[in-house]
Design a binder for this molecule. Structure first.
Ligand SMILES: *[C@@H]1O[C@H](CO)[C@@H](O)[C@H](O)[C@H]1NC(C)=O
Ligand SMILES: *[C@@H]1O[C@H](CO)[C@@H](O)[C@H](O)[C@H]1NC(C)=O
Ligand SMILES: *[C@@H]1O[C@H](CO)[C@@H](O)[C@H](O)[C@H]1NC(C)=O
Ligand SMILES: *[C@@H]1O[C@H](CO)[C@@H](O)[C@H](O)[C@H]1NC(C)=O
Ligand SMILES: CC(=O)N[C@H]1CO[C@H](CO)[C@@H](O)[C@@H]1O
Length: 530
């Protein structure tokens, strides 16, 4: 221990509560739920600059900084304090010197619904919304998912080639939804971002005339033989999509081979889908999609398989990736969160142990819905919805999933538009009549990760004697410059005092994790990793 360290520790035993100098605070509003939303409009929106930590100071002083969001109404409230000589809590979290998963990042989807809803705001309010997600004053998302043509969150059912029998896709073209809504919004997001934004496309259905039931909705697969002409045309459709977006100035980072490939196996499935088994997906990738992408100069595209619930992760990956001709074109395994409450993460461990060295794992969709009454899905200010996001992300990242991409970036007050009435909630809800939008607890749940866990950070192992029944859980990360971030959640109605020990920093962080809260704690560490 250096002498100056001990002096600072002694003089800084009292917590200093300040608000970060330049940040604009949340303007809270309570609707009919247990917590608040933050209201933004054309002239005001809360901001979060975060701590600049690109360059390691030559003598980092042993301070910690924290950001708290709580059911009681905190939204990224900022505090800092010094490491203290003794642990004031019996509950100790000790960081170790081993790391796991490298974090790829966080994001949301530029659906028709999201981008059209944003357009119902005035230009200035819309800009505030886009900045809230992608700018340095916002939560700095670095992923964007793009539905290829229509999905349920569209106003109508369409593909990029609704011309019966156009097997060469001569009449393929982007539509107004791309040209007037999705592409301009994506460009605006990228222009306010300082992080590299990685875009990936996902198809819901082929054109109706390629599908066995002649309809983009309902049970069906590609027509004809497995590996036949329709497989080639469908692969060419991906290439045309990538080329068309490139012509518009957007180069995609990745693709999923199919959104929820199992949906197309359900009789009367109610929105756009196309059915695949892992066997047919493997054949499609090996003989059609992979070679077509490579031949068109898109060989670097990060191709993901599955893009469906975790229940299938091991089964699906095992079949697709054991087809070595398919596997050579695949970079990642994409999962959706919808069955996470009933399917334990051990199923991810199984797949991760087998495939984690060669493929990345990414969560590519999640949203809250009121399954009893879909029309009631928007729950403005609901704290549990935020907690559900926060804890699901924590669980995923502890089990090898490298990033977490949400569903619609924004929706209207009804949780739409959605032509199939499959309404959902979103971290941002737009009230066009008032020219306002509402940042929900889900938004701040995402913020604690996307803002503070920079892409490239690694998950750090730790030990703790917190009781499993305490309702408090944690995950630790380190950036490549040695900056640590710890994310805590408390799902109980009582606060809990905890202490954090970093063996390379003299003293302890003593901090309260308030009732029903998310807390991010950050500090400079001297840990040398194994
Ligand atoms: C926007 O919100 C701020 C903060 O609540 C408020 O002072 C301002 O009047 C609002 N602006 C408009 C145009 O409604
Ligand atoms: C947790 O571990 C610390 C350090 O080993 C110890 O002092 C404390 O008593 C333990 N607390 C509980 C509740 O076991
Ligand atoms: C597809 O099915 C939907 C009902 O799910 C129906 O409204 C629509 O007209 C059908 N489209 C075609 C091209 O048959
Ligand atoms: C990592 O921690 C272990 C146990 O605390 C210690 O024995 C080892 O020397 C550490 N390794 C490095 C590189 O600091
Ligand atoms: C998901 C994963 O790889 N977890 C591992 C993280 O590291 C610890 C020890 O360093 C392992 O025990 C986990 O299995």
């Amino acid at each position: 221990m250096k002498l100056w360290m001990c002096c600072i520790v002694i003089t800084l035993t009292v917590l200093v509560q300040v608000s970060s100098a330049d940040d604009k605070p949340c303007v809270p509003r309570r609707f009919d739920q247990d917590s608040v939303v933050c209201v933004c409009n054309s002239t005001y929106c809360d901001t979060i600059e975060g701590i600049e930590s690109k360059q390691r100071p030559s003598n980092p002083i042993p301070y910690w900084y924290s950001y708290t969001s709580s059911k009681a109404g905190d939204r990224l409230s900022y505090k800092f304090g010094g490491f203290t000589t003794t642990a004031s809590s019996q509950i100790l979290f000790t960081v170790a010197n081993t790391t796991n998963t490298t974090i790829m990042g966080f994001g949301g989807a530029f659906t028709d619904a999201a981008t059209m809803t944003m357009k119902t705001l005035s230009d200035d309010a819309r800009t505030n919304l886009i900045k809230s997600y992608y700018s340095p004053q916002g939560i700095e998302y670095n992923f964007g998912r793009i539905p290829m043509a229509s999905c349920d969150f569209s106003n109508r059912i369409y593909s990029y080639d609704d011309h019966d029998g156009d097997m060469t896709l001569e009449k393929f073209s982007l539509v107004d939804e791309d040209l007037k809504y999705k592409i301009p919004t994506i460009k605006d997001a990228m222009s306010v971002s300082r992080r590299k934004v990685s875009l990936f496309g996902s198809p819901w259905s082929s054109p109706y005339w390629m599908k066995t039931n002649n309809n983009m909705t309902g049970k069906g697969t590609l027509k004809g033989e497995v590996d036949g002409d329709y497989y080639k045309t469908w692969a060419n459709y991906f290439v045309k999509f990538l080329q068309a977006y490139k012509e518009q100035g957007l180069e995609l980072w990745g693709l999923t081979a199919q959104n929820e490939p199992t949906d197309g196996g359900y009789t009367d499935f109610s929105f756009q889908c196309l059915g695949w088994t892992p066997q047919t997906q493997a054949i499609f990738i090996a003989n059609s999609l992979g070679p077509a992408l490579e031949a068109a100069g898109f060989g670097d595209i990060k191709l993901m398989i599955l893009d469906d619930n975790r229940a299938l992760i091991q089964y699906w990956s095992d079949i697709v990736l054991k087809n070595l001709e398919a596997a050579k074109y695949v970079s990642g395994i994409a999962v959706h969160w919808y069955l996470d409450l009933i399917i334990p993460p051990s199923i991810i461990d199984e797949a991760y142990n087998e495939f984690g060295d060669d493929y990345f794992f990414l969560n590519t969709e999640a949203c809250e819905q009121d399954l009893v009454n879909l029309k009631n899905s928007v729950k403005l200010g609901n704290w549990y919805n935020g907690e559900h996001y926060f804890t699901d992300i924590m669980q995923d990242l502890k089990h090898g999933i490298a990033g977490w991409v949400d569903w619609n970036l924004a929706l209207d007050m009804n949780g739409g538009p959605n032509w199939a009435n499959n309404f959902a909630d979103s971290p941002i809800i737009v009230n066009a009549d008032a020219d306002e939008f509402y940042k929900q607890p889900m938004f701040y749940a995402m913020a604690h990760y996307s803002k503070f866990v920079e892409p490239g950070s690694k998950v750090v192992s730790y030990e703790s004697n917190v009781s499993k029944t305490s309702g408090v859980d944690a995950i630790f990360f380190v950036r490549d410059n040695g900056y640590f971030t710890a994310n805590f959640v408390n799902i109980n109605e009582d606060p809990l005092d905890i202490s954090i020990k970093d063996p390379t920093v003299y003293g302890y962080v003593n901090i309260e994790i308030p009732a029903r809260s998310f807390v991010t704690v950050t500090w400079w560490s001297n840990t040398e990793f194994e």
